[in-house]
Design a protein around this ligand. Structure first.
Ligand SMILES: Cc1ncc(C[n+]2csc(CCOP(=O)(O)OP(=O)(O)O)c2C)c(N)n1
Ligand SMILES: [Mg+2]
Length: 272
């Protein structure tokens, strides 16, 4: 896909994500929209996957450790052909295959059940070790929230991955500077972020604009192609609520906010 096609895909994914959340009336729109470029680059450019064969042995895996951003992943999976996009309007309803947080037993294409912050990343480290033991060539990608980095379990997993030199593991941090009810630096700061990862024996790739598909693509390809005995972390500076004005303007309040059908139509008008 060229840059224009990737940008067009991001626009479509933002609409599908907003539609999905609007069908339920509220949801985690801020952290879903900030992650769109990274998800699109992974699923349309970087990962070795086959939507017709979600369980393909040796495929690359993706763990959305910030599992509350499920709607953005569901939009990508539907758009990629894992399931019918009309199901996006069943978010979090009884019997749905799309719970608000990711569940690998319910949704085709979801590789790990997540939602309890911190835990998904440990599972990703386990997948990376498992892949190496089996001798396949898979890469394991895990997306973490910047607020999620306050979880102690993240650093236990990071330490193990660094010590084991898991060069098939690529972490992405959706560094939108905000968590549930405040700025990350006000609540429990994570700076100096790059130095922390380096101290755990990780290679760090900094992306100044994590909502620029071309910057994200270059960083993720670089991380994927460097099998140098060290895990990689891609720090993506993003904007919470990116691309939909009411979410972007809500800032911290976009974390889990009401989204009506009328607001969805407003997003359609903005993004069309
Ligand atoms: C262990 C745990 N504690 C609390 C929560 C509730 N919770 C859901 S999202 C969130 C804030 C996460 O912030 P961040 O990781 O920055 O996510 P983003 O900004 O990308 O939405 C919290 C506290 C949770 N899901 N799991
Ligand atoms: Mg955040």
């Amino acid at each position: 896909m060229d840059t224009l096609q990737l940008k067009e895909t991001c626009r479509r994914i933002r609409l599908l994500t907003t539609e999905c959340i609007a069908s339920r009336g509220l949801g985690h729109i801020g952290g879903s929209l900030s992650a769109v470029e990274a998800l699109v680059v992974l699923y349309y450019d970087v990962m070795r996957i086959d939507p017709a064969f979600p369980g393909m042995p040796g495929r690359d895996r993706f763990v959305l450790s910030k599992g509350h951003s499920g709607p953005a992943l569901y939009a990508v999976l539907a758009d990629r052909g894992y399931f019918d996009p009309s199901l996006l309007r069943t978010l979090n309803r009884p019997e749905t295959i799309l719970p608000s947080h990711c569940d690998r037993n319910r949704t085709p294409g979801v590789d790990m059940t997540t939602g309890s912050l911190g835990q998904g990343f440990s599972c990703a480290v386990g997948l990376a070790i498992g892949s190496q033991l089996q001798g396949d060539q898979a890469n394991i990608y895990a997306m973490l929230g910047d607020g999620e980095l306050q979880e102690g379990q993240i650093w236990e997993a990071a330490m193990l991955a660094g010590n084991r030199g898991l060069d098939n593991l690529i972490a992405l941090v959706d560094w939108n500077k905000m968590q549930l009810d405040g700025l990350v630096e006000d609540v429990n700061g994570i700076m100096p972020l790059a130095d922390k990862w380096k101290a755990f024996n990780w290679d760090v790739i900094h992306v100044p604009d994590g909502n620029d598909v071309e910057q994200v693509r270059q960083a993720l390809r670089q991380a994927r192609d460097a099998r140098n005995g060290r895990p990689k972390v891609v720090l993506l500076e993003t904007v919470k609520g990116k691309g939909v004005s009411f979410a972007e303007q809500a800032g911290v309040n976009s974390h889990n906010m009401p989204v009506t059908e009328q607001m969805y139509l407003q997003a359609v008008a903005e993004l069309t």
